[in-house]
Write a protein that binds this ligand. Sequence first.
Ligand code: ADP
Ligand code: MG
Length: 384
Amino acid sequence: MGAQQVREGFAALYGAEPEGVWSAPGRVNLIGEHTDYNDGFVMPFALPHVATAAVSRRTDGVLRLHSGDVEGGVVELRLDDLAPESDRNWTAYPAGVVWALREAGHAVTGADVHLASTVPSGAGLSSSAALEVVIALALNDLYGLGLQRWQLARLCQRAENVYVGAPTGIMDQTASACCEEGHALFLDTRDLSQQQIPFDLAAEGMRLLVVDTQVKHAHSEGEYGKRRAGCERGAALLGVDALRDIPYADLDEALARLGDDEEAVRLVRHVVTEDERVEKTVALLRSGETRAIGPVLIEGHASLRDDFRISCPELDLVVDTALASGALGARMTGGGFGGSAIVLAEAADVDTITKAVEEAFASGGHTAPRVFEAVPSAGARRVS
Ligand code: ADP
Ligand code: MG
């Protein structure tokens, strides 16, 4: 869905040209899973898939929302009526952003919005953050709010946590708002400091595939909450603010202190080793040893499967099949219990791996996965 189509869609709906068109991408996380709510490190990059929104201001306290991807017409809301957890529909994401901006004291007086997205929804690729960030950036520009990218990401996270009622960390929104083409974003989720790490696989003869399993196991949200609570409990037992505060060098001692608290041991071990894997990945990419990140991704998957216990048969099947067919590395990405996996491979092996994964899914009786190449792309921007 191009910017021009979204612009035309807006004009057809609202009878006037929009003031502008913006886009914001979905993301995949290269490494650093379930670390963002532990104040740790993550390393996402932006996908070429984007949410695109045509937006105009209004002065009458009305917000009109329309998505070309959802059945139903324009939804009209009054800004004064916006209240946390009052909306269970898709409109909660953009309305939540408007609410968060106004809550933070920014004078937003209304908007007309028409949007469309190429980010697969519910696949762990952050279609929700793309939706939030595109609205936040549009309103920031139109209303001259002067907020920086990281501040927009914070407000979007607040929209999702408080208004939508979904407990998520800061990674998704920051990735969508701050990523740069050809780079992965090394983000410290404690202080939001960021570094753009060059990540141009094509130039080195490699590819990164995203395999969307198209499954979403029903209990996934409850399990996310349980892991999050379990990590907080682990931090409390160890007397730290967040698991980020346990240095990798002190891991064995920390685990010994947890004794036979088997659950805490597993969760703490995942988070502390995962932070270490992010730092290792950054170091390898910086020194040009890109192929050497493969084993780090594989270790990351094992940790998510065995210690954090959030993988599922479909994700394991992608990883095992890809590795058996010559992939350099593979792991589940995102929240777990479905969604997507990533596969790092030599360009020459991509077709073989893709075919092997598709065949494994067919013979296992699973829905066909959606496989596409992920090229590190630009973050949110004004497109017209
Ligand atoms: P993810 O962010 O991993 O894709 P979420 O459950 O966090 O999954 O967000 C998906 C939700 O975002 C959808 O259920 C829908 O409410 C909203 N959404 C995503 N894309 C669109 C779209 N193009 N139009 C309307 N709503 C969308
Ligand atoms: Mg989401």
